[in-house]
Design a binder for this molecule. Sequence first.
Ligand code: K7E
Ligand code: RUQ
Ligand code: CUA
Ligand code: CA
Length: 622
Amino acid sequence: NSTRTAVEDDRDPLFARIPRRDFMKAGAAAGAIGSLAGCTNLLDEGETTAAADVDASVPPGELDEYYAFLSGGHSGDIRVYGVPSMRQIMRIPVFNVESARGYGFDDETHEMLQEAGGYTWGDTHHPRVSQTDNQYDGEWLFVNDKANGRMARIDLEYFETDAIIDLPNQQGTHGACALMPDTRLIFGVGELRVPIPNDGRDLEDPSEYGSTLSAMSADPFDHEWDVRVDCNLDNGDSGKYGEWFFTTSYNTEEAVTESEMTASDTDYVVAFNIPRIEDAVDAGEFEEINGVPVVDGTEDSPLNDGDEPLVRYIDVPTNPHGVSVTPDGEYAIASGKLDPTCTIIEVDQLNEVDDANDAIAGRVNVGNGPLHTAYDGRGHGYTTLFVDSQVVKWDIEAAVDAEMGSADPVIEKHDVHYSPGHLIAAESYTGDPQGDWLIVLNKLSKDRFLPVGPVFPENDQLFYIGDDDAGMELVKDTPAYPEPHDASIVRADRLDPASVYDPDDLALEFISPDDEDNFIERDGDRVHVEMYNARNTFGLEDIVVQEGDEVTIRSTNIEQEEDILHSVAIPQHNVNIKLAPQETREVTFTADEPGVYWIYCAYFCSALHLEMRSRLLVEPAD
Ligand code: K7E
Ligand code: RUQ
Ligand code: CUA
Ligand code: CA
């Protein structure tokens, strides 16, 4: 008994309405330079751009100046790069089970993933590092799961995921960002409209669906409240002074098909007044849904009447994508996606104007398919153009002064390879961007690397943007495993990672080499084993159990020396736990097949690493 009706789609195919790329004011001459040099510098018309003498190489033995934390997309992890070398230094599994780091194999990480829904994958997009006074403090990294409606926290002392929150009123958490200036709250932005609660009601009535902005505290990482709206929500960024949080919405039509979702000429930037929402929560003005206080932020909510609405809806051209706040906190800039402009919203005006649209301070024509905007701290915006495969540098104040929709504020367009999504400048998300390096995350790499079959890598391109006279300079192509969406670039001196564990930071007790610390204990068919490990031995030679026993092995790597890791790996039992120096973990499994199983260490730890082993002997049941 379907109530679905056919939708008349007489609209142009995607992007057909967008005019072909024009060469702006510079005309054909600059266009020709652009095709030769890959760069259209509109200020230096007729001149080839003077390449700055940029050295992005980091010689062997030297360290990078920055960390870049890139999301892994639907591989579910975070990748740690050094900038400017673009060397991939580490991966941090988040929503994925990962054997090289034993993540999801020991009891603690396994239970964390189980309690967060039991999924074996996620889709990370927006890794954001915690800040104090609008500066990175290097404590935490937060990231969304677009697949399953979750947020995760990564501890940057140990570079590991230590908490995941399953957001029950959200399907597909897309935008993710902390409330600035001090990371007092973390936000997850719900992209997909669903019935709330999504318990089987209103299946066929999309007008009843909604989406939420979810707020979490940073430490402890707890879900605090949701705000409900009718439209969808997409990308998000925080104002710099603790008041406003901005998201884009591309489905104000409240539609279910692509053609319906692009039907309206305008959609929204949705601005959330966080202190007002907290007042409403404190005053009990919410409905509890799935155990979470949900405040009504819909357009006709009584809470949005009066002088200080909870949520303000600002009309922007159709289907916007990224939104980001300028380093000084003055403007929130939203990209058109289906419209060749970025809209500039003056943040302070949101407290002044009756009509939220009066907070719009400017609109700049950047080119086709604008997605995201980054900042250099010198008053420039850098916007990716997905359709034109370019990055556009433009002058923010000039765009505020110029006529609405003017292209005059554009300074330079540079080709990228190809079809960029996000771009990230060093510390661009803080109050103090460094203004030197910019990474452009290209969705397509096509011909840029050796062919590897039908699954292509992406191409993360490094630009030097520190010389306004020379213009943007492309310095490096970097292949990326699918598929990074966004990143945070953080000065290395803002982090202080541990190189061995502090046993006091761990829940499980340290197991020393003393005899009484290494034992097998039986309680019915539950067997508990404790043993240390070190080069080149485990604390027990044999572990003898009965077929069918449920066995827990707890083990400590007692090494004090950094970089000496061991593991406990047991063939045919899916056991694989990693143990960094001074780390204690445990793993529980059922010994369901009689036989001899060599317990071994999977990390190459010494010349006698292969001899580092012990036996699990499973005696047949009678
Ligand atoms: Cu543009 Cu998830 Cu930030 Cu991908 S999103 S591009
Ligand atoms: S052995 S050094 Cu498996 Cu060739 Cu590792
Ligand atoms: Cu321990 Cu290999
Ligand atoms: Ca729309």
